[in-house]
Design a protein around this ligand. Structure first.
Ligand code: NAP
Length: 462
């Protein structure tokens, strides 16, 4: 057994399902709202009226962090997962089920209950607005997602009990997936670790699988990093590597084992968009995704690359910038630079391939050979040139000038030929590891709802 945590919006049935499930499994049931009410000696409604939402959230956080992680069923308040430290506490040694329902069903279920208004909007609008705001948080914080609109509480409890016993994919699917992965370039220990998680006799059907998907991707540090983070946060998850040339096939194979999340790397970030059911506004605007999260049979797409590029350049607002390359990372770079009011030009070896990017962001595209006439404040390399074992620089290094800020997105090696030359030329340099660290923190948040400090990620990879 394991601690079972139920999350979701008000009216998705968390409390009733939790009571039934605890009864079925013969374990104690805790409802965090009920615990808060008991400790405060008043209802949540009265607590809101008297002290306001902030006070309630503090009490909620204290209650969640004081919960025991032994076998039990825990039902949480609808907004609890908005706080990443609540999520970290709830996920420890637990399996998290997100219960969802459509707005109309929720309205029907809660219309006659006593509820503190969180927005002062009429009920229907409040549900719509809060569901939209909380959706990414709910999805991130879940291990399994269950639609409840057409199920009563007993049916939902039975579905959860079934998943607890069998998981959401079986031995047959696991065996098929392991055979597929064994065809790809993967280190023996990594393949064996996956096999252990999916098909060994002692396998745990609740282990959630994540992977990096790319071609090539043998250089990716993500398996090392995410497996460390999963064990640090005591999460029952395993992260593997899928290096394969056919992204469609890779996704089909991964879906057979109900994969929970994928880090997408080159050359699939643009193609990934065609496999996404819902993307956030930044991902839509960039037109490339490096993070896929699966929940309820729906694939959610995010782009965490752009924040990884934006954050280290935050003090250079309004500068002129050049981006070398026109793939997925370049799109994220242009979006990040424009969000800092920079004037951007793209240089690429095949300008015709960059026409879409140029039109999307209204930025000029020039052939790489034309870089000689430029002297930007910021230069970003968004090509794989300089990635081990390549020892070239993407631009003629004699053109680098003191005062320039040179950001090489390549992170293997950490000190690329371009960065070495830029330092010699008196430029400020930013290594690709910095982008990796920041985008990985954002990606871990999309995968789990937990905020990991950048220093922890740096410690694992540098
Ligand atoms: P991508 O979608 O495949 O795009 C690669 C771009 O580089 C294309 O415009 C391509 O031009 C160009 N290119 C490839 N080889 C080239 C060469 N020899 N000379 C000149 N241009 C060349 O790849 P991506 O996902 O954007 O990734 C690009 C780089 O960013 C990779 O090195 C990746 O490792 C790095 N990256 C780093 C991080 C991080 O966290 N630090 C995150 C994401 C990406 P064509 O269209 O002409 O082929």
């Amino acid at each position: 057994m394991v601690r079972i945590v139920l999350t979701g919006f008000r009216g998705t049935g968390k409390t009733r399902v939790g009571e039934l499930l605890a009864h079925m499994l013969n374990v104690p049931f805790f409802d965090t709202d009920a615990l808060i009410e008991k400790r405060a000696g008043m209802t949540i409604y009265e607590l809101f009226q008297k002290y306001g939402e902030e006070y309630f959230r503090k009490k909620e956080c204290d209650t969640i962090s004081s919960l025991d992680t032994t076998d039990s069923v825990v039902s949480t308040g609808g907004g609890a997962i908005m706080n990443p430290s609540n999520v970290a506490a709830l996920r420890q040694g637990s399996v998290v089920f997100l219960l969802t329902a459509d707005d109309r069903t929720i309205e029907q279920r809660i219309a006659r209950t006593e509820r503190p208004s969180l927005t002062r909007l009429p009920l229907r609008e409040e549900i719509r607005e809060l569901q939209a705001i909380r959706r990414p948080f709910y999805i991130a914080a879940a291990d399994f997602c269950i639609k409840t609109s057409r199920k009563d509480a007993n049916e939902t409890a039975l579905v959860i009990r079934h998943i607890l016993a069998e998981g959401t994919s079986g031995l047959k699917e696991g065996t098929g997936f392991v055979s597929f992965v064994r065809k790809t370039p993967i280190a023996r220990e990594e393949a064996e670790a996956l096999e252990k998680a999916l098909v060994s006799e002692g396998r745990d059907p609740l282990t959630r699988i994540y992977a990096v998907a790319g071609n090539p991707c043998s250089h990716s540090l993500s398996p090392l990093l995410f497996n460390h983070l999963f064990s640090q946060y005591r999460m029952n998850c395993h992260y593997t590597r899928l290096c394969w040339s056919d992204f469609g096939e890779l996704i089909r194979e991964a879906k057979k084992i109900d994969i929970r999340g994928l880090s997408v790397t080159l050359p699939f970030k643009n193609e990934a968009m065609t496999f996404i059911d819902e993307a956030d506004e930044h991902t839509e605007a960039i037109g490339a995704s490096n993070t896929l999260v699966m929940c309820e049979g729906t694939t959610f797409g995010f782009n965490t690359d752009w924040t990884g590029i934006r954050d280290p350049l935050i003090n250079l607002k309004g500068s002129s910038a050049v981006v070398i390359g026109a793939g997925g990372a370049a799109a994220a770079a242009v979006y990040a630079l424009q969000s800092l009011d920079m004037d951007v030009t793209i240089f690429t070896r095949t300008p015709v391939k960059a026409e879409g990017l140029s039109a999307k962001f209204s930025v000029p595209v020039k052939p790489l050979s034309g870089f000689a006439s430029e002297s930007p404040d910021v230069l970003i390399n968004a090509t794989p040139v300089g990635m081990e074992p390549d020892t070239r620089s993407p631009v003629d290094t004699s053109l680098l000038k003191p005062g320039m800020t040179v950001f090489d997105l390549v992170y293997t090696p950490a000190d690329t030929p371009l960065l070495i030359a830029a330092r010699k030329a008196g430029c400020t340099t930013i290594p690709g590891t910095e982008m990796f660290v920041r985008q990985a923190c954002a990606q871990f948040r999309c995968f789990t709802g937990i905020d990991v400090p950048p220093a922890i990620v740096r410690g694992y990879i540098i």
